[in-house]
Design a protein around this ligand. Structure first.
Ligand code: LMR
Length: 335
């Protein structure tokens, strides 16, 4: 009798535990370093909304914007360790993982706008780059746009000579390091979350970023000048921990892939306008003087910077650079 009662109690505990386990949603922590009010911030929110709508009660996406969970230099390791499941680092931040190929996106002036970038990210090069992440325990899900890079500093930057001796903040990319050295500046790798304060206190003289990042981090309030140079591209790879992703129930993974596809369309549709609006807001703020380069000035920048392509070929791969040239029609000889 006592034995039967214990058995019944045990079954009840097991059933309750099973029901409890079933009720627990799968949690996806998605960490990134920009504000919610940016192309990436909005893309992450859209992914959360779509994923939770399509998998009610089964998946919970926790988005941590603005480096509130992890900052640059921490987040890749956190992803590999499984402390966070999803990230969207800029393509300039994959070098420390040992995948320098992604720095091809940092080559100055190689993309003449979003359509050129998509020829690369939507095609075989984009897929091949994702395959390189698998041995690092990471799966690449999507490429998201931000926009073109502009320069900011406390002095007007109109000619390559204006950069001489300036301490310029960079992301952890060897190409960006070479870019600023080609201009005679002193590049300094720094986490995105530290840039505003470093500009405010004069630890650095300037930096480069998209208009949406400059505006939403208020960098324009601590930099006297901004040059609309459009000299490079900033975009992202949305990545997940491979072990986590592979262990998901197949139907959940398929639904999440669908949510990511739709969030990607949304993020890439809004990116250009977000940056145009941010540039307009920066101009209107009157806090920084916005400089537009003349065609002659722009030609001088291109001439000074194109040598970086050749200098970086041994680091990021000559074949890869040639492939990108073929996709975009870029010809250094025509500059
Ligand atoms: C940076 O300057 O670090 C940015 O690219 C950050 C970001 O994610 O856009």
């Amino acid at each position: 009798m006592r034995f039967r009662a214990s058995l019944v109690a045990l079954c009840a505990v097991v059933l309750a535990a099973g029901a409890h386990a079933q009720q627990q949603p799968i949690v996806i922590k998605f960490s990134h370093v920009v504000t919610v009010n940016t192309p990436k911030g909005k893309g992450a929110e859209r992914f959360k909304q779509l994923a939770e709508e399509r998998l009610p009660g089964r998946v919970k996406v926790e988005v941590y914007p603005n480096s509130t969970l992890f900052k640059d230099g921490e987040e890749m390791e956190a992803l590999q360790l499984g402390s966070v499941q999803m990230l969207a680092p800029s393509l300039a931040k994959f070098g420390p993982l040992g995948v320098r190929d992604y720095e091809v996106f940092d080559l100055p002036y190689v993309f003449d706008g979003y359509a050129d970038v998509h020829k690369v990210t939507d095609g075989p090069i984009g897929k091949a780059l994702f395959r390189k992440l698998e041995s690092k325990g990471i799966v690449g899900l999507a490429y998201w746009d931000n926009g073109l890079r502009e320069m900011t500093a406390n002095k007007p930057l109109r000619t390559p000579a204006d950069f001489r001796g300036l301490k310029m903040r960079i992301q952890s990319s060897k190409v960006l390091d070479a870019q600023f050295r080609a201009l005679g500046a002193l590049p300094q790798v720094m986490a995105f979350s530290e840039v505003y304060q470093a500009m405010q206190t004069g630890v650095i003289d300037g930096g480069e970023n998209t208009s949406s990042n400059i505006y939403t981090q208020k960098m324009h309030e601590v930099q006297k000048y901004m040059t609309v140079s459009d000299h490079g591209y900033i975009g992202y790879a949305v990545i997940v921990n491979k072990k986590f992703w592979d262990a998901l129930p197949a139907d959940v993974r398929t639904a999440l892939e669908g949510a990511m596809k739709d969030a990607t369309t949304y993020a890439n549709d809004i990116a250009q306008k977000e940056n145009e609006d941010a540039l307009e807001a920066i101009r209107k703020s009157g806090r920084t003087q916005v400089i537009t380069l003349t065609p002659q000035e722009k030609a001088a920048w291109k001439k000074a910077l194109v040598k970086v392509h050749e200098d970086m070929a041994p680091t990021i791969g000559r074949d890869l650079i040639q492939q990108i040239y073929r996709e975009t029609g870029f010809d250094p000889a025509k500059l």
